[in-house]
Design a protein around this ligand. Structure first.
Ligand code: BES
Ligand code: ZN
Ligand code: ZN
Length: 516
């Protein structure tokens, strides 16, 4: 989606739809000029008691644009064809998420009316339209515009394709204009919100691709394209390089598949040369059938999402590069399939990790921690300022926290606190679980240095405990996103399926570390 900022009175700006954010606690008289452009519908709705500016209140009016000989492009001089007054509640208590949802609702309304551009006006919020809220509104617009149509038949993608129920899908909403009197101050937050949301949209697209498209080598090729577009360095390790690096845990997972594994490294050098980097690690398991410890058939198609952590990290890196954030950031995405081929690792096999620790593979379905073990150990050698990994790691996390919050666990309480704050700002919240040394006992093996599963109790904690064995002394935290990375959560800026979580959480964290 293209986003522009137009510093003019909204009633003078041409648009097929102008969504006006209305605060409940400010004088509606400020909206008189806009209401005249909408045929007076707001005044009548207010007098009827139907519109009070509460969250969810909405009224649509029609402007004079229909008399024009030809529709003017969005942002040109003219006026709105349609005006949507969207209540957001009291300006004093507005959360960023209220603005994100309002932006999403505006885009859904544009889709309902089959128009491909819209304007959004936050003027009526007054001082509440600060940079964090403007950023959130733009995120809502751009996130809502995401769709995944590349595997459907039909030309061009606009309005000709049919959806799941056979209905005609509306044309994509391609342009949004932020319009208003204070627009000059909104350029920077709009740029940030746009980049963050486009990063997350990229993550969603990679997530949505099925396992026969998004293979490890596909992800590596995408990483190369992201690097070229965003000015990053890209390095890819294949099986030979992994052998040379003695990444026996990662290689053991790939053995059951014909697809070669890849380890993707992206570098953003935005900070001082030689300054310790922030490291983002994401699980890039492109299809998890469980290996020899085969998963049940029901719902197995969702295991194409087992690369969601890697997708979020790649999306975050695109935004970090494009925004040229003044900090050094390195991304590592270990990527493999987990299939039960004839050469697959078997339960009871012992493999040797890059760290030199031997691992008894009790259950080949606990593969995420194996590929992450070697990736984390590789990254820890760079003396990072902090390592944050994210992974669809355990079904136990879905039982513990459901689909609303990710789990966060780590060796550094300060870092865990930073991630909680970043998650709250992004509305991608996480909640801490403990990592006491007591849990390590569950990983004791009779045949190796440790085993890869710790039994049913505290499954999310023992998985994180396993990872902690490979991070050395670096400050490290782990996000288990098994319940949050995809699903059917209803929000106006989301669709069913991939959510892109925790891409914006990571971005909020990196940006805070960069002092921006
Ligand atoms: N990718 C799965 C975890 C998962 C489960 C993600 C459900 C999303 C939704 C992971 O590789 C896995 O299979 N974990 C096992 C570990 C167990 C064998 C110790 C699990 O959680 O059942
Ligand atoms: Zn698994
Ligand atoms: Zn998995």
């Amino acid at each position: 989606m293209r986003v522009e900022v137009v510093p003019r009175a909204p009633e003078t700006v041409a648009a097929p739809l102008t969504a006006v954010l209305v605060a409940a606690d400010r004088p509606f008289a400020e909206l008189d000029a806009l209401d005249r452009a909408a045929g007076g519908v707001l005044g009548r709705a207010v007098r009827a008691g139907d519109f009070k500016g509460r969250r969810g209140d909405r009224v649509l009016g029609y402007g004079g644009g229909w008399e024009e000989p030809a529709p003017a492009p969005v942002g040109a001089r003219g006026g709105p064809d349609r005006v949507l007054f969207l209540g957001v509640g009291d300006s004093a208590s507005l959360a960023r998420e209220d603005l994100r949802r309002a932006g999403g609702s505006a885009v859904r309304t544009a889709e309902d009316h089959r128009v491909s551009s819209l304007a959004l006006c936050p003027d009526h919020l007054g001082g509440a339209a600060d940079s964090s809220r403007v950023q959130a509104a733009v995120e809502g617009l751009v996130l809502a515009s995401w769709r995944f149509a590349e595997l459907r038949s039909g030309q061009g993608g606009s309005g000709t394709k049919t959806g799941a129920g056979g209905e005609r899908t509306p044309p994509p909403v391609e342009t949004a204009v932020l319009v208003g009197r204070l627009a000059a101050e909104w350029e920077e937050p709009a740029r940030i919100g746009h980049a963050f949301a486009e990063g997350e949209n990229l993550a969603r697209t990679l997530q949505a691709r099925p396992g026969n498209v998004a293979t490890p080598s596909h992800l590596a090729a995408e990483a190369g394209r992201i690097a070229a577009r965003a000015g990053l360095e890209c390095e890819i390790l294949g099986p030979a390089e992994m052998e040379a690096e003695r990444m026996g845990a990662l290689l053991s997972v790939a053995r059951g598949s014909r697809e070669e594994p890849r380890l993707i490294v992206l570098r953003h050098r935005g900070g001082e040369a030689g300054a310790a980097p922030l490291v983002l690690v994401g699980k890039g398991l492109t299809f998890d059938a469980g290996g020899i410890s085969l998963k049940p058939a029901k719902g197995m198609e969702d295991m194409k999402y087992d690369m969601s952590g890697g997708a979020a990290v790649l999306g975050a890196m695109m935004a970090i590069g494009r925004l040229a954030l003044p900090v050094n950031v390195t991304a590592v995405v270990p990527s493999s399939e987990n299939l039960p081929g004839g050469s697959a690792t078997k339960p009871g096999d012992v493999v040797r990790s890059r760290a030199g620790k031997s691992i008894e593979v009790i259950n080949t379905d606990a593969e995420g921690r194996l590929i992450l073990a070697d990736a984390l150990h590789y990254a820890a050698e760079w003396n990072p300022a902090a390592i944050v990994d994210c992974a669809t790691l355990t079904g136990a996390c879905v039982i513990a926290l459901g689909h609303h919050r990710s789990a966060v666990l780590g060796s550094d309480d300060g870092l865990v606190g930073e991630l909680r704050g970043a998650g709250d700002r992004a509305a991608e919240p996480c909640w801490p679980l403990p990592l006491d040394r007591e849990y390590r006992k569950q990983l004791n093996s009779d045949f190796a240095d440790l085993k890869n599963v710790g039994g049913r109790p505290a499954g999310t904690i023992t998985a994180a405990c396993f990872l902690s064995e490979f991070v050395g002394s670096a400050p490290w935290a782990h996000l288990d996103i098994a319940g949050t990375a995809y699903g059917r959560t209803k929000k106006p800026y989301l669709r069913n399926g991939p959510a892109g979580v925790p891409c914006r959480l990571l971005l909020e964290w990196v940006r805070a570390r960069a002092g921006r």
